[in-house]
Design a protein around this ligand. Sequence first.
Ligand code: UDX
Length: 492
Amino acid sequence: NQESKIKAYMEEKRVPHVLIFPFPAQGHINQMLKLAELLCLSSIKVTFLNTHHNHNRLLQFTDIRSRFARFPGLFRLESISDGAPDDHPRPSGFTLDFSKLFNMNSIMSPDLRNLLLSNANTTPVTCVICDGIMTFAIDVAKELGIQTIAFRTTSTSYVWALLCLPKLIQSGHIPFPENADMDESVLAVPGMEGFFFRRRDAPSFYNVKEVTNPALQFFINETFNSTKASALILNTVDDLEAPFLTQIRPKHFQNVYTIGPLHTLLNNLRVATNGHDRIDFSSSNHNGLWEQDRSCLAWLDSQAVKSVVYVSFGSVAVLTESQQVEFWYGLVNSGYPFLWVKRSGRGYSGEGDENIPEELREGVEKRGYIVGWAPQEEVLAHRAVGGFLTHSGWNSTLESLVAGVPMICWPHQVDQQMNSRVVGEMWKIGVDMKDRCDRSTVETMVRDVMCGERREEIIRSMAEIGDVAKKAGHITQMLKLAELLCLSGIQV
Ligand code: UDX
């Protein structure tokens, strides 16, 4: 029976074994896969748990098996159902049926519990690292006496904004008053003074009509539930987000491990443990739920140094056709060549460009190169790339920062509005288009970032801020990782 299984389980767990469970979306899975690889590099056994749907996509589109083949016996993939058949439509990059979002607990908890209890061919799990918005996993693990750590894949500023929500609702700041001035500060409550966030910089779901909005409630609940874990992992650097970290630690989270930028830490460790030329990570897709089109690297080779604008709106955002037309006009009129990622596959409603004017089509053919999914980290590191028109997803922001590529930010949703404000106003390493999307703004901002005085200012700040991020990829971050492992009962 269940009780004796739990007892047997608790008696048996000895060898460190971490189960990692990301939210079913690209920007979450790729960060947690990096953490998984870091743990395997430290000889720790990892079970990586996905929904069946994303598990199949990872196997289909990435070289996940070869990526972890270097760790025989240490890495295992597992999957459970997200409550919908594999061919059920899932919205864009979320790769989860939205109607199931608020029921993840009841849908996934039983399978998660069974998986944790099953000892077949493996050592029992001793630590669960779950996504900070999958907190039912914390409850299941705690019930079995397993150590828990939450991983938030967003910026700290956003986590802090979520923690402020109850106070903002209580004080009547949320919902925003009708016809509110979006340029006014929204954060005029205790603890939030002195920041530079206007209403238009607040997370997208701050702008709800009713506080009972299910998405708003979901994010509030998940954030407060995640404080029940023993620790919080953030893909960030103390010196980059110090003002926000001070707000959340130790008041809300006692143990916060800022082990970012994860891709830098991982790349450094890969080199340290294998040497530059022993493993070639460049020729395969280790990073996505879509098939990479590597032909863009050859196209970039043919372009002048720092001349190309790389354009990607991440894994979730979907553009309307008119937004795409405005972006294309702005880019073509700026005169710079551009590499445009047009995500393909299920749920992408931006396909079919029937209404694109002929003159624009010609301009795009002349100046643009379009791919379905790019090897983004390599693209950003390419000598030809001079600017990044981005939706300000947290991964993209960190990747651009480390690569030293100035950003033109067009935030789409959730945390991105805050990230773009931090990029434009706090770090000053890009320009923030915010909610504007017209051809002349695009053209002006592309020019500002690609040449002239503004670019020089940005490059100066970039050198400073980028240095903070890159340096963090060394000893301090590794020490934090070591401490984190100790907390998970792992000997380091
Ligand atoms: C969203 C949120 O905005 C983000 O802050 C959160 O952490 C995860 O969910 P997403 O839209 O996926 O993220 O954007 P982003 O965080 O930037 O992640 C996209 C990832 O996909 C990046 O790591 C990027 O390198 C990769 N990518 C993107 C590719 O590999 N190829 C592409 O063509 C586009």
